[in-house]
Design a protein around this ligand. Structure first.
Ligand code: C2E
Ligand code: CA
Ligand code: CA
Length: 666
């Protein structure tokens, strides 16, 4: 752009310089031609010379006739021609003729002599009646004639030569002028071309500037990646919507946040993260506008979106819409980087519940609450959430002190071999007794710790303490420790486990690591790699909460799982809906083929235990057998009851019938 502008500038300067030079040269030439023409006029001496000779001849003729015929008319004519001749002499002595005469000193002398001679005839001309005088005058005229002839002849020759020179000069100048006119025309044409080019480049520049201005105004209101409106545009649209809505219409604001997006970004890469965000935004927009064309979705940064939904006069609809969004975003995304899965949490609030400013804040608060509740859910705003937010902030702030102060410790829940009724293992579950807030459930503080990064320290602590404790258990008792996705993807969990096993002396085959299905959703390749390394260490790996996610089935065959832990929701619903029992049975068969044991969580009744025993599940865990308890409470039980058959649930610590419910467990 700059280079072409410079080119144009140089071109324009050259053209204007050419035009100026040609114009000045033309002016100069014009003046020179005028001068030559003037000179041609001034030097018209041939005529003056010829006239002089004619006048002298007429004088001589009339004097001679008068002398011969005595006619008075001839005398008068002679006098007249004499006067004319004298006048001619005056003319010859002035102006252009004088210049010609002065060109040669000899000629000047001859002219002086001639003038004197003519002047000297004046007296004789007055007395022309006398024959002597007539003879003298004729004699004098005979002498004067060649003198006049000579000067007149020279004047003629000079004049002709001068005229020729001027003609040549004029010719030359004419040629030059023709050249100049051509140069002028060419310069003019060049200038014209320049103007056309300049015009075109101006038009192009104008179009480019207009396009740039359009782009600038677009990106002032839109997100560059997803092309969705940005927060600024959303606020404006939201205000307009509030002003223009009818009394029977409501506006809901949904705050949407993707679950685990950061992990995708950190592990698969930003390009894949971007592709996922674009796919998410496309799906969101198409779904939102299908509900109502006026609905708006905007991206307010990272993996956070805000949506504006127009609703008929039914506040309950807002939560329905929010749940649809969660469901919609839990379906896999096809991107250029392959199939990706992500979850989403949504918070909503409806227009009549708050002022406009509060609406977005409330939706945001509901979102935070949804995230804290374990993600992947939609919540409508509730005033109590403000207190919930304060509590979460408090928990996050107190986590480090709790770790340092030993407030966070593992409790152990027994795992029972269903065939023999023996306790074969325990699951370590983190417990936090806060000095002011009292017991805080891991369901509450683990997600907060995952958000703040404290989970890696909590995870290590539980792992270390659980391994230390397990080393003191009877050898037949294994220990299961939960691993967070953050530990697997961020922390060097393999080295940590090796170190802990070495430090505690616990045999690797007594340690089982539980990872949830949702971990597989984030970066399956990396997770599978870490799991394979863990197997090399010799520990067992268990797929926790099996049946609650979407992704695990595909990865079931890609890793040699040692255990599948069926989520407690299946056994809970098994009484009311036999399909759940069928699922448990199918999973049991599947696990058998994979050489994995099946553990069922959440067994709370004898009937449930009997059912599972009948199906042939390997192990079970639940309040029927015992609540999670501190190690001191567990130890005597383990030592005493390790070989007991389990016909009575209350033979175990804080079993369902012992009424010693753990206050921290849900
Ligand atoms: P989880 O790994 O699925 O643990 C089982 C949860 O079910 C525990 O809740 C346990 O107390 C509860 N439970 C056991 N038997 C029954 C029953 O019969 N009925 C019912 N209703 N619940 C039962 P808890 O201890 O509150 O832990 C909640 C979740 O917190 C755990 O789910 C686990 O995902 C996480 N968590 C706990 N400790 C840790 C830890 O040290 N590290 C990590 N990363 N996560 C942990
Ligand atoms: Ca677990
Ligand atoms: Ca579980």
């Amino acid at each position: 752009m700059t280079r072409s502008t410079n080119g144009f500038r140089v071109f324009a300067i050259c053209t204007v310089c050419c035009l100026t030079i040609v114009s000045v040269a033309h002016l100069y030439l014009y003046e020179a031609s005028e001068d030559a023409v003037a000179r041609s006029m001034r030097y018209d001496i041939a005529w003056a010379g010829v006239n002089g000779r004619l006048e002298a001849a007429h004088l001589e003729k009339h004097v001679a006739r008068y002398a011969a015929l005595g006619d008075k008319k001839d005398a008068d004519a002679a006098r007249l021609f004499y006067d004319i001749l004298r006048g001619r002499m005056e003319l010859w002595g002035a102006g252009g003729f004088e210049q010609f005469i002065e060109l040669s000193t000899k000629r000047q002398e001859r002219f002086e002599a001639l003038r004197d001679r003519v002047g000297g005839l004046a007296g004789d001309i007055d007395r022309l009646d006398e024959p002597d005088v007539q003879r003298r005058v004729l004699q004098a005229l005979l002498e004067v004639a060649p003198m006049i002839d000579r000067i007149g002849g020279e004047a003629h020759t000079t004049s002709v030569a001068e005229a020729a020179a001027i003609r040549d000069e004029l010719h030359h100048k004419q040629r030059l002028q023709r050249g100049l006119i051509i140069a002028l025309l060419l310069s003019g044409a060049a200038f014209l071309v320049f103007m056309v080019l300049q015009n075109r480049s101006l038009r192009v520049a104008h179009l480019a500037a207009a396009r740039q201005a359009d782009e600038l105004s677009f990106f002032a209101n839109h997100d560059a990646l997803t092309k969705l409106p940005n927060r600024r545009a959303f606020d404006a649209a939201f205000r307009t919507a509030l002003e223009s809505r009818r009394a029977d219409e409501k506006i809901a604001i949904g705050a949407i946040d993707l679950d685990g997006f950061k992990v995708i970004n950190d592990t698969i890469g930003h390009a894949a993260g971007d592709a996922l965000l674009v796919a998410v935004s496309e799906r969101l927009v198409s779904a939102a506008t299908q509900l109502d064309r006026r609905n708006i979705v905007c991206r307010i940064g990272g993996d956070e979106f805000l949506a504006l939904f127009w609703l008929a006069d039914d506040t309950a609809l807002a939560l329905d819409v929010a749940r649809q969004v969660v469901e919609l975003l839990s379906q896999p995304f096809e991107t250029a980087y392959g199939m990706m899965m992500i979850g989403a949490s949504v918070g909503v609030d409806v227009s009549d519940a708050a002022t406009s400013d509060e609406l977005i804040l409330n939706a945001d608060l509901a979102l935070t609450e949804a995230k804290a509740k374990g993600k992947g859910i939609a919540l409508a705003f509730d005033r109590k959430m403000r207190a919930g937010q304060l509590r979460r902030l408090r928990i996050e702030a107190d986590l480090d002190a709790a770790l340092a102060g030993g407030q966070i410790v593992p409790h152990y829940q027994p795992q029972i071999d269903l065939a023999s009724g023996c306790t074969v293992g325990v699951e370590a579950l983190a417990r936090w007794y806060h000095p002011e807030l009292g017991p805080i459930s891991p369901g509450e503080f683990i997600p907060i710790a995952e958000g703040s990064g404290a989970i890696t320290r909590i995870g290590r602590l539980i792992l270390e303490v659980a391994c230390q404790d397990a080393a003191r258990f009877p050898e037949s008792i294994g220990v299961s420790v939960n691993l967070s996705v953050i530990q697997i993807l961020k922390d060097d969990v393999v080295a940590a486990i090796r170190d802990v096993l070495a430090a505690t002396g616990l045999a690797p085959d007594r340690l089982t690591l539980e990872i949830t299905e949702s971990v597989m959703m984030t970066d399956p390749e990396k997770v599978l790699n870490v799991l394979a390394q863990l197997k090399l260490v010799g520990v067992s790996v268990s797929l926790d909460d099996f049946g609650t996610g979407y992704s695990a089935l595909g990865y079931l065959t890609r890793f040699a799982w040692d255990e599948l832990k069926i989520d407690r929701s299946f056994i809970k619903r098994a009484d009311s809906d036999p399909i759940n029992l069928m699922i448990i049975r199918t999973v049991k068969e599947l696990a058998q083929k994979m050489n994995a044991r099946v553990t069922v969580e959440g067994v709370e009744t004898r009937e449930q235990r009997d059912l599972l025993r009948k199906i042939g599940c390997d192990t079970a865990q639940g309040y029927f057998f015992g609540h999670p308890v501190p190690v001191d409470e567990l130890m005597p039980f383990l030592l005493r009851n390790n070989t007991a058959t389990l016909d009575e649930g209350d033979a175990h610590p804080r079993a369902a019938s012992s009424r010693l419910a753990n206050p921290a467990t849900p």
